[in-house]
Design a protein around this ligand. Structure first.
Ligand SMILES: [Zn+2]
Length: 296
């Protein structure tokens, strides 16, 4: 359990004790409680925070030392964009990680399987990409993640091991659900805001201004902003981004390879098993890249 969450639980105990000992001081105790919860909410709106639980923001040291970076592509599969993104990646001989939405995987099963067949990785971006995801309680959060795991398993036979929260926003209920499902939270090092920004040069700048080995870069293969000439921004950015990575001597890899995750056993098993399989001890995944004590 992260130190901040432990401290929060301890604070709740102390406040309760305070209420029993000094009941007249309840307004101050309540104010402390409200401040604590405001802080939790604030941390949930900070996608790269590790205060609410383990959060992969860069590749592990061993992977960085090999000059690796990870290209991650969110929100698909999308019948108009995903095939074109796949073609651009193929042309450069690059493998990426697609954080797909469970509902879309069910709607476009052939595309989800195509992503895998072309050597890329599929991971979970929740079942419905709800915009109020960070406001869900423990049950709502579990439902979203479990439904996504089932969608991926039914369509591809592969159980996701990594999870990216919709818009990167979350709350304190997410970490225990991730732990139970054997999922590791992944955010990013840099994102281009390519669903909002129409200027490919600015998207590229955001992704590459501090480019270095170990970076996890985020683009989207759905809901793309359009350039002034009407081209989806991601398609305008990707070839130049891949060229810059090559020039910088960086090698794009799938996250699972960078993290040395074992190939998913479910791929060899019959499809559509109704029960969720727990692929591995989440501690084993987290320990590969979580500094033992840092909460930075
Ligand atoms: Zn998303």
């Amino acid at each position: 359990m992260p130190r901040f969450v432990r401290a929060t639980l301890a604070l709740h105990g102390l406040l309760l004790l305070g209420l029993l000992v000094w009941p007249a001081q309840w307004p101050w105790l309540l104010a402390l409680l409200v401040a604590n919860h405001a802080l939790i909410t604030g941390l949930g709106l900070w996608p790269r925070s590790t205060w609410l639980g383990s959060n992969l923001r860069r590749l592990p040291a061993a992977s960085s030392a090999r000059g690796e970076v990870a290209l991650t592509i969110d929100d698909g599969p999308d019948p108009a964009l995903t095939p074109r993104v796949l073609d651009l990646l193929d042309a450069a001989g690059v493998k990426a990680t697609f954080f797909c939405i469970g509902e879309r995987v069910q709607r476009h099963p052939e595309l989800a399987r195509e992503i895998l067949a072309r050597g890329h990785e599929l991971q979970s971006h929740s079942q419905r990409h709800r915009h109020n995801f960070s406001l869900l309680g423990p049950r709502g959060c579990a439902k979203e993640l479990e439904a996504a795991q089932r969608s991926f398993e039914q369509v591809t036979g592969v159980t996701p091991r990594l999870f990216r929260a919709p818009a990167g926003l979350r709350n304190a209920f997410l970490a225990p659900v991730l732990h139970r499902l054997g999922l590791q939270l992944v955010s990013w090092t840099a994102r281009g805001f390519d669903t909002r920004e129409r200027d490919p040069a600015r998207v590229l700048h955001r992704l590459t201004r501090q480019l270095r080995a170990g970076d996890i870069l985020l683009l989207h293969d759905s809901n793309a902003a359009l350039t002034l000439s009407g081209e989806p921004v991601v398609l305008a950015v990707l070839p130049e981004l891949l060229r810059r990575l090559r020039t910088a001597g960086l090698h794009p890899v799938r996250l699972g390879d960078a993290l040395a995750l074992a190939p998913d056993a479910a791929a060899a098993k019959p499809l559509a098993a109704p029960a969720l399989r727990r692929p591995a001890s989440p501690g084993a995944i987290a320990s590969k890249f979580s500094p033992p004590s840092s909460t930075a």
